[in-house]
Design a binder for this molecule. Structure first.
Ligand SMILES: Cc1cc2nc3c(=O)[nH]c(=O)nc-3n(C[C@H](O)[C@H](O)[C@H](O)COP(=O)(O)O)c2cc1C
Length: 323
């Protein structure tokens, strides 16, 4: 069975990409992902603050994105740029699958020159991990969206390798924003990042980290939006969040994804999940007489499913749950 696919003009041997996380944070771990059968890897993100600080542009820790402070205390600040380039170059020498560095960014600045260095160091593409928590009551959604669009336009004008933009789901009109990203020339939209959550300890009365890993039911939200957005954009789509097994991979491909990105299931169940996913997808394709992924990809997107209204039904009027 031919599991190969094209993602951002790159030929992948299969559509399963290890998403940006600690499992792609060292060259040996990247090699382990490739040996386990990944179609591509997205490297652990470098933060905009690290790049700016290396450039000598930023010293005020108070102005940092809160997550960057945590990240930098774990991964270090010194020589972040050279360490990241070394991660890319060493990984490049160990594996022959596409390697996609990831930059966590939330504002335009000098750090964008770094994308060119990544291109020169052998990056196959770049993923921008864009996130602005819409928590500031004085800042409109339009302002947040414009910031992301500005970053994308800037990066696109500087490099010739493909650019993916990973977004969260906090937009008042995701489809309209996805169309705008598409209009800026992005090569892929990654739907959706799953951000760190909060929880409360009701005995100690304090705030604690919420669940670090996704659960399989979280993939349903992604399925709706991949189905709705893939037909209205010309760029590729990578689905992520809650994809834990081969069945979920097939569903996202049917919705129109060109590839999927996985993390939580690898942490929970080990890298062998990738081979299990290959096996499931190949067996499913065999049972349905499909030889290639393109034979069925997007078959159940909103445009192709034959019942577009089904994708926009969000109220419970028609469900028949017995009380
Ligand atoms: C431990 C951990 C670290 C992560 N680090 C990053 C990161 O550096 N950059 C990023 O874009 N996403 C990061 N993510 C998010 C994942 O790439 C992915 O989008 C998210 O976990 C949803 O996919 P999943 O349901 O397969 O876990 C991280 C996730 C986990 C669990």
């Amino acid at each position: 069975m031919n599991l190969s696919t094209v993602y951002m003009s790159m030929k992948l041997r299969n559509p399963i990409i290890v998403g940006s996380c600690g499992l792609t944070g060292t060259p040996d771990k990247v090699k382990a992902c490739a040996d386990a059968g990944a179609g591509a890897v997205v490297l652990k993100s470098i933060f905009e603050e690290q790049i700016e600080s290396d450039l000598g542009n930023m010293t005020d820790e108070g102005a940092w994105y809160p997550e960057a402070v945590d990240y930098i205390s774990n991964y270090g600040m010194q020589n972040a740029v050279s360490s990241y380039l070394e991660l890319l170059e060493k990984s490049r020498s160990l594996v022959d699958i596409p390697i996609i560095p990831s930059i966590h960014c939330f504002g335009k600045g000098n750090w964008t020159d770094f994308a060119k260095q990544l291109e020169n160091a052998g990056a196959s593409a770049i993923e921008l991990n864009t996130f602005i928590l819409p928590s500031d009551p004085r800042r409109t959604g339009r302002e947040n969206e414009n910031t992301i669009l500005d970053i994308v336009s800037d990066i696109k004008s500087q490099i010739s390798i493909p650019v993916a933009v990973k977004i969260g789901s906090h937009f008042s009109s995701i489809s309209a924003f996805a169309s705008e990203l598409d209009g800026c020339g992005v090569d892929s939209i990654v739907l959706f990042n799953r951000f760190l959550r909060i929880d409360f300890n009701i005995e100690k009365l304090n705030v604690i980290n919420g669940s670090l890993f996704s659960t399989p039911d979280e993939t349903e939200q992604v399925l709706r939006w991949v189905s709705l957005i893939s037909p209205v954009t010309s760029c590729d789509i990578a689905a992520t969040t809650g994809i834990h097994d081969g069945e979920a991979v097939v569903k996202q491909l049917l919705a129109g994804a060109n590839a999927v990105q996985i993390c939580s299931t690898l942490y929970k169940n080990g890298l062998g999940v990738i081979a299990d996913m290959h096996g499931f997808v190949a067996d499913w394709m065999h049972r349905h007489n499909y030889n290639n992924i393109e034979d069925f990809r997007e078959r159940l997107s909103q445009r192709n499913s034959g019942n577009p209204a089904e994708f926009e039904r969000v109220q419970f009027m028609k469900t028949s749950v017995k009380a």
